[in-house]
Write a protein that binds this ligand. Structure first.
Ligand code: HEC
Length: 182
């Protein structure tokens, strides 16, 4: 082997080494983890940060109270009222029982049945029994008025509440117009 050949070999080795370094650099550059601030497409991991789609979609809430009232059935409501009858009368001049008389209850001031001893919580709530307030109260009394002494779990079904409210309206609250459906 003469020196020329040695030079060639050395050159080849050096060239090879350089090539490896170069490839390594390029490879490093190509795969170097420069992560973008935000992934181009979100992977739904189920946590709130990535599932923005679900957050922008409004959750299904069902028909509004006004819509339910517009198609409610007072006759059915009369049957629902049987659940209330143990504690309430709802006829004109009816007596207070465990609960106050409910005649003309819609838009009646809260806690205003004469001679009934209300809880402080109910009196403190204040305002009138609007359709919305009645609906919320009847859904879960203790949620709407924490500390109420009305021991009633509530009516889960929106339709039952609407039927019942329409029935109560027919007892002295006919003059209170139904909420408009928009
Ligand atoms: C176990 C007895 C009981 C049952 C059942 C019951 N209530 Fe009551 N209700 C009460 C009591 C007691 C109060 C007074 C609550 C207070 O002072 O915190 C009350 C209060 C109310 C009030 C507020 C009245 C006002 O003058 O401010 C409304 C409205 C009402 N009840 C409607 C109903 C309806 C409708 C039902 C049936 C779905 C029902 N309640 C079932 C005992 C009952």
């Amino acid at each position: 082997m003469n020196s020329f050949e040695l030079n060639k070999i050395a050159g080849a080795l050096l060239g090879g080494a350089l090539a490896i370094v170069a490839i390594n650099e390029i490879a490093n550059f190509a795969v170097s983890p420069h992560y973008p601030e935000k992934a181009a497409y979100a992977i739904d991991t189920g946590n709130a940060e990535t599932s923005t789609m679900a957050a922008t979609e409004s959750p299904y809430e069902g028909p509004t109270l006004s819509a339910l009232l517009a198609s409610a059935d007072a006759e059915k409501g009369k049957k629902v009222f049987k659940k209330c009858g143990a504690c309430h009368t709802a006829d004109e001049g009816g007596k207070n029982k465990i609960g106050p008389n409910l005649y003309a209850i819609i838009e009646r001031a809260k806690g205003s049945s004469a001679g009934f001893s209300y809880s402080d919580a109910l009196v403190a709530k204040g305002g009138n029994w609007s359709y919305e307030d009645l609906d919320a109260f009847l859904k879960k009394p203790k949620d709407f008025i924490k500390g109420t002494k009305m021991s009633f779990a509530g009516l889960k079904k929106p339709n039952d509440r609407a039927d019942l409210i329409l029935y109560l309206r027919s007892l002295g609250s006919e003059a209170v117009s139904l909420p408009s459906v928009n």
